[in-house]
Design a binder for this molecule. Structure first.
Ligand code: NAD
Length: 356
């Protein structure tokens, strides 16, 4: 019996998580395991109920679970709150509280969607790489931070981008371990030509690489990497980078695959891992039953593989997603002429039916 802490969150987070849970229940008997799920509140939903985006009691429950599953948090309703009360603080608090320092984002092109990418088909067809983003440090967490009044009456906003040697070494090690199971190439992305913190990043990554002589290491500046992702994304196998750069590059990568609604993610640390789609709560389409639940469903596959050592269940979920796409079903974000447009709930049902 395993415990999964489930945070549907806000906006489409609630809609897509419901589809993922249907898929979980369908694969459960095939794993020989039992999954007990407990729905918990984070983000806007928690602010509405408890006045804060994550309570200590809720975090404690998540820390005691065997895995954490999250839809998405945030929305305009809470946008005017001070930064420490905003929904996103709940998400950051969860990641930090679980010490889930490595965010794994596979960027995989489903062949049926290659023509949907805004980038030419020959550039993205067969695309398959992962972005490993450092998740619990860097400029999102560094101090000092704030907005201060200056003597001349203007203001100054500031944040601190900081990384320690152990923080860099542990994410770098993860990157090399992932690469070993793949095409054995790591690209470390930094801004070492300008930032001191990046110079340390690069030095530590090179030191870690010494322990993985079978893996090829290269370095790219983040601006160059942003360009290469559009020019020739198939050159990448494992990209490892800091919190801020990873945030931006992974959204760019999402667009290569046609829709942000297709990308799952896992945030892993030394203990409990957290699974969530890459996208946010999409307030513009929330409540309309048009969100794409596939990223969230594919996050269940990642959870089966990484937290519960059930690669067969993971493959069954991925195969069901491919089958649905091959059968011509599409949500609005990936719709193309000649395919059948379905809503979020229907897409969840179609995938669930196809799990064999
Ligand atoms: P977003 O990812 O929510 O949406 C960006 C665009 O992609 C929107 O046009 C949206 O309709 C579309 N989109 C996203 N997911 C989709 C899906 N599954 N199917 C179809 N279309 C989809 O990003 P945003 O608009 O920048 O942020 C909206 C809110 O979400 C904000 O409050 C933000 O802070 C929050 N957010 C949360 C997370 C998270 O919980 N992990 C991540 C990013 C943003």
């Amino acid at each position: 019996m395993y415990k999964i802490a489930v945070f549907p969150g806000d906006g489409i987070g609630v809609e897509v998580t419901a589809q993922a849970m249907k898929v979980l229940r369908k694969v459960e008997p095939k794993t020989g395991l039992r999954f007990e799920t407990e729905e918990l509140l984070a983000g806007g939903a928690s602010i509405d109920q408890f006045g804060v985006p994550l309570t200590p009691e809720t975090l404690a429950k998540a820390q005691k679970a065997d895995a954490v599953f999250l839809g998405a948090v945030g929305g305009p309703k809470w946008d005017s709150l001070p930064s420490d009360k905003r929904p996103e603080k709940g998400l950051l608090g969860l990641r930090k509280g679980l010490n889930a320092y490595a965010n794994v984002r596979p960027v995989k092109m489903f062949p049926q969607l290659a023509s949907r990418s805004p980038i030419r088909e020959e550039i993205v067809k067969g695309l398959d790489f992962i972005i490993l983003r450092e998740l619990v440090s860097g400029v999102y967490f560094g101090s000092p931070r704030g907005i201060e009044k200056l003597p001349d009456g203007t203001e100054r906003g500031f944040n601190t981008m900081s990384y320690t040697t152990p923080e860099i070494a542990r994410i770098a090690r993860r990157a090399f371990e992932f690469a070993r199971k793949r095409r054995k190439k790591v690209t470390s992305v930094d801004k070492a030509n300008v930032l001191d913190v990046s110079q340390l990043w690069r030095k530590v990554v090179i030191e870690v690489a010494n322990g993985f002589p079978d893996v090829e290491l290269s370095h790219r500046y983040v601006d160059d990497c942003a360009m290469q992702l559009i020019r020739d994304p198939k050159q990448f196998d494992v990209i490892v980078t800091s919190n801020l750069f990873g945030d931006i590059l992974s959204d760019e990568s999402a667009m290569l695959t046609g829709s942000i609604g297709m990308l799952p993610s896992a945030s892993v640390g030394d203990k409990v891992a957290m699974y969530e789609p890459v996208h946010g709560s999409a307030p513009d389409i929330a409540g309309k039953d048009i969100a794409n639940p596939l990223a969230t469903i594919l996050s269940v596959a990642m959870m089966m593989e990484h937290s519960f050592d059930q690669p067969k269940a993971a493959r069954a979920i991925e195969a069901a997603v491919e089958k649905v796409l091959a059968d011509g079903y599409r949500t609005a974000d990936i719709y193309a002429e000649g395919t059948t447009r379905v809503g979020c709930v229907k897409m969840g049902d179609l995938v669930t039916e196809r799990i064999s």
